[in-house]
Design a protein around this ligand. Structure first.
Ligand SMILES: *Cc1c(COP(=O)(O)O)cnc(C)c1O
Length: 396
């Protein structure tokens, strides 16, 4: 096992590497699939069962995962700076797990208004049925001092936010949460643990959709919840167990393969996205505004410089003097950017931001259609040529 003092990339590459057996070992963690865990004798079974009951991530049944899952969890733990990692079958399942595990009837949760849409559309109604009330705060309006209540048990942030990449002052929010005896959870899908480390900045819980950059190849669905505190981890583990959440070994293996090259892929996505963002910022005839926190002039730029270690491939922009029909014609004219949800794979994507989602973001002003690009690993000159020809198609 590498020492804690190794730098992050070294630790992430070594985490979960198999030990030598008979003087030799494979580089990669073996793909271990099983439903039944077989014990050498009953004492071994009882010992493992006891350790699991005490909160340790050991398996007594296939649903608890195998050494493949443990290797992935240890790599994600390095990325997030967390002792405990729980895997879920999707990013959304990881978020739901967090809400269900940490909230009880009568509790209140304070959610950033620019979060991933399904938190509002799917999780709020589910939790409302269980007696939990939601309210929303604007990350751009300072600390939510007027919105916090005596029964606020959880504050939920996503920095940078979905679609417009609103950056949150997470250290200030963490201090605020502690003052009010609430836990702070952050969706870290944008930063993936390489670009952003919410737990180091004071959050109690960091959640990632592994589906995006950690997976990195648009071939799997998965989520992870990383937690530092043992008691909070215990509550999450109990609910994880009750919900029967389980991730296939093949998907865990694929996700770990993605994590090994995460930092180098992100650096390339950032270089390409910066080229595209600068091109868009100069295309003032067709583009009203570019959203990318690494661009000077973006409202989140100063906080991004202070708290982040880089940017990813997500760039959004508002079209100038355009209708929704123009935006549709624009994305339809693109040849290299596929039209699709999700992001974080190697390929470029474009999606019109649904107005119903943007309207709930206090960071959003005005009615111009917004296009979200995921800038992939293609040659950025080809991507810019593609954007230019699509702009020409909608030029009046
Ligand atoms: C995609 C996404 C999720 C959900 O992940 P899935 O694996 O698609 O369920 C959660 N949060 C953010 C910020 C996302 O972009």
């Amino acid at each position: 096992m590498p020492g804690q003092r190794d730098r992050l990339n070294t630790r992430v590459l070594r985490a979960g590497a198999p030990a030598f057996d008979d003087g030799a070992a494979p580089v990669n963690a073996p793909l271990v699939r099983t439903s039944t865990v077989r014990f050498e004798n009953d004492a071994a079974r009882a010992g493992l069962h006891h350790r699991r009951e005490a909160g340790e991530a050991v398996a007594t049944y296939g649903r608890h995962g195998t050494t493949t899952h443990r290797a992935l969890e240890s790599a994600l733990g390095e990325l997030e700076g967390a002792e405990h990692v729980l895997l879920a079958p999707s990013g959304l399942a990881a978020i739901s797990l967090t809400f269900i595990a940490l909230l009880s009837p009568g509790d209140h949760v304070l959610v950033q208004d620019s979060v991933y849409g399904p938190v509002r559309e799917r999780i709020e109604p589910l939790l409302a049925r269980l007696g939990v009330s939601f309210s929303y705060f604007s990350a751009g309006a300072g600390l939510p001092a007027n919105d916090v209540r005596a029964n606020t048990r959880l504050i939920y942030a996503e920095s940078p936010s979905s679609f417009l990449y609103e950056v949150v002052d997470l250290p200030a929010l963490a201090a605020f949460a502690r003052q009010h005896d609430a836990l702070l959870a952050a969706d870290n899908t944008w930063g993936a643990g390489v670009l952003y480390r919410p737990i180091e900045l004071g959050a109690d819980i960091s959640i990632q959709a592994i589906t995006k950059y950690a997976g990195g190849h648009s071939d799997l669905m998965q989520g992870a919840v990383a937690v530092k505190d043992r008691d909070v981890a215990r509550r999450l583990r109990d609910t994880h167990e009750a919900l029967g959440l389980s991730v296939g070994a093949d998907d865990a293996w694929l996700a770990l393969r993605g994590v090994r090259t995460l930092a180098v892929r992100l650096a390339q996505h950032e270089r390409h996205a910066l080229d595209v963002a600068r091109y868009l910022a100069e295309a003032t005839g067709v583009v009203e505004r570019v959203f990318y926190p690494a661009l000077p002039g973006d409202p989140g730029h100063a906080l991004w410089q202070r708290d982040f270690h880089g940017a990813n491939g997500l760039v959004s922009f508002a079209l100038r003097d355009a209708t929704l029909a123009d935006a549709v014609a624009f994305v339809d004219a693109l040849r290299l950017f596929g039209i699709g949800a999700s992001w974080g794979g190697y390929e470029s994507l474009a999606l019109i931001a649904p107005a119903s989602r943007l309207e709930t973001h206090s960071a959003w002003r005005g009615g111009a259609p917004v296009v979200r690009l995921h800038v992939g690993l293609e040659d950025p000159r080809d991507l810019i040529d593609d954007l230019a020809q699509a702009f020409r198609r909608i030029a009046r």
